[in-house]
Design a protein around this ligand. Structure first.
Ligand SMILES: Nc1ncnc2c1ncn2[C@@H]1O[C@H](COP(=O)(O)OP(=O)(O)OP(=O)(O)O)[C@@H](O)[C@H]1O
Length: 241
């Protein structure tokens, strides 16, 4: 099977700092991959390079066999890469519905009719459990529902790769359980790449885990392999509560 996404020697400098440092990475279609690592390890920079939110200093990104290294973010969305932000990015004054519809209308020019957009938006709201809140201003939704709304915004783009940056941050335990079910459901039709600090969530959800440290991949493997890796324990697992 061909990887859905690969990076080769992917690097990004900020001034003198190499936030991402020569990363070779491969993601197989259909998998749920968790990216973990200490604060400042380069995780957000890495997924931002994949989404096209920032440009690499060097290296290459290939998606579904095509070199996308120099494509702008909107073009990557059209190819099927959707990204939800670490920081809540909904428009508070717009309804939940409009928040989900907006990115679709903005980025997809594949001739989807208004009716098809409507159906896609409703489906995304339904999958995330927000259908009965569709007409509420997003700012009136609970924090947890706003995080789900971000996932709905990604889903409505019908991604082949959905990138989630710390999706469970700030969620209550019951919301996290619901979220785990949602990601499993999403993974039936898309590949999922998520940055996640909550280790129980990582261990339950991930098919494979990539551990970042100081801009490089320190380790990679199944949850069992990563848990048993003593280097990982020293760099990360041992230092988190
Ligand atoms: N726009 C920027 N300008 C300058 N430095 C940056 C920028 N973005 C990130 N960095 C630096 O790059 C390094 C990696 O940051 P990054 O946010 O990718 O780490 P992270 O692993 O996602 O951390 P966290 O878990 O805290 O989100 C950090 O030292 C950070 O300060």
């Amino acid at each position: 099977m061909m990887p859905l996404l690969t990076t080769k020697g992917l690097s990004r400098n900020f001034g003198g700092l190499r936030a991402v440092d020569g990363v070779d990475f491969a993601l197989m279609p259909g998998e749920i991959r968790a990216v973990i690592g200490p604060n400042g390890a380069g995780k957000t920079t890495f997924v931002s390079l994949i989404s096209g939110r920032i440009q690499p200093s060097s290296g290459m990104i290939v998606f579904d066999g095509a070199d996308i290294t120099n494509l702008p973010a909107y073009a990557r969305v059209r190819l099927g890469i959707a990204y939800t932000f670490q920081i809540t990015s909904v428009f508070a004054n717009l309804t939940a519905y409009d928040n989900v519809a907006l990115p679709v209308q903005r980025t997809l020019t594949d001739g989807r009719s208004k009716g098809a957009v409507h159906v896609g938006v409703l489906a995304a709201l339904e999958r995330t459990g927000l259908a009965d809140r569709a007409h509420m201003p997003a700012g009136q939704l609970s924090y947890g529902h706003q995080r789900l709304l971000e996932v709905a915004m990604g889903l409505a783009l019908k991604p082949r790769l959905l990138i989630l940056d710390e999706p469970t941050q700030g969620l209550a335990d019951s919301e996290i359980d619901n979220f785990i079910g949602l990601v499993r459901e999403i993974a039936k039709t898309a590949t999922v790449l998520l940055i996640e600090h909550n280790m129980p969530v990582v261990m339950q959800l991930a098919d494979r885990i990539t551990v970042f440290n100081a801009g490089k991949i320190l380790a990679e493997g199944t949850p069992e392999q990563v848990r048993a890796n003593s280097e990982v324990q020293d760099a990360y697992l041992g230092t988190t509560p």
